[in-house]
Ligand binder design. Sequence first.
Ligand SMILES: *[C@@H]1O[C@H](CO)[C@@H](O)[C@H](O)[C@H]1NC(C)=O
Length: 408
Amino acid sequence: MALLFSLAAVAATLSSSVSAAATSGDLNILSFNVAGLPAILNDNAVPGDKATNAEHFNYHAYIYATDDHSYRTATSGGAAIGSGLNTLSNFDWIDFAREKWGTCSDASGADCLTPKGFTFMRLIVEEDAGTEAGDEVARAANLQQVADYIDTWSIGNSVVVYGDTNSRYTRSADGITVFETQNGLTDGFVQLEKGGVNPTVETICDNPSLINTCETVDKVLYRGSKQLSLEATYFNYESSKFLQSDGSILSDHNPITVNFTWAVSSTRRQSGFWGGPHGNWFNDLESLPATPKASVLSFRGGSRLDSVGLTLTSGTTLTHGGTGGTAASLTLGSSEYWVTAKLCQGQKSGQTRNFYILATTSLGRTLAAGTSTSDCATFSAPSGWQIVGFMGQDGDEMDQLAFIYAPK
Ligand SMILES: *[C@@H]1O[C@H](CO)[C@@H](O)[C@H](O)[C@H]1NC(C)=O
């Protein structure tokens, strides 16, 4: 019996402010429910219930002792303490968060004893880039919670959701289609093994499964964005790669792989982030007209950076942050572009925020707001590109900020 219902969501966004940086590549997901793992992997086999605190803890330790991924989440503890969800990655990330389910059920066991949920991260698939991911649990209320989380925290971004959803398309009450209907995600299994049609007849997988056309409750779902396209190219049950030496299975779930290719858009890119992941997520990517150009920069600042804003030549106004501080603005000429932004961050109430912005145009004119610190980063649009919008997190000040680039 699997103790953990885990569903991991990874939302990828990408930037290309470094001209030599890669503009396309691979991203491969392996999702494996390990909670049902036999105790044989421990030197002292634990009799009885496999889902004990010790086994959880030992299992994480075992994986980490033999794993060589560069980036790994810190484990959150054994059952009753931790969610059991972990991500091992060749890509770095920012903004990692563990979220608990708002609803749990003890109807079929001790589902509420351990703080199950999902994790979230912004995965960086390229230098100067950001991404996001989350992991989570099943059943309609839980899937709805993840779908709503994606709507809030991944606006405008590419998203990959992966893990054990405990759901099948043939059980409509499970609500697994919420990711398709609410978030615009595609299921790699449905796309590559079912001709794009959600299964209507239940096909339970053997374990290990020697075919790919049966449906399991573990899923990998995804969408691209206006800045980073994602395309699933390969789906497989990797069961034969995860067997014990005597040929028996390691887990009561088949591990699944979905391979992706990603590519940056020819019309939208982004900078890296500066500041801290506090406040509400925003992203101007979906609000930009086809050929955006800044006509007025509008900032507010005082002891810190209160807000950033842009009026585009289309008339679209983009504003983020609060109304405090002193307003400053700069009107750009018809052939003048915003090309560089320097941000400085600092600590306020124990959290990192942006304290200062200095914008420089293609004619060398500048607009500044806030108070400079010693912890600064400068983001420049690639040659031939300009800054046309923002993404990040804000409250009544600018917590976290990145810039959207478009061709001039
Ligand atoms: C899928 O990705 C895995 C892991 O990177 C790789 O070993 C495998 O060859 C890929 N399969 C295909 C068909 O691209």
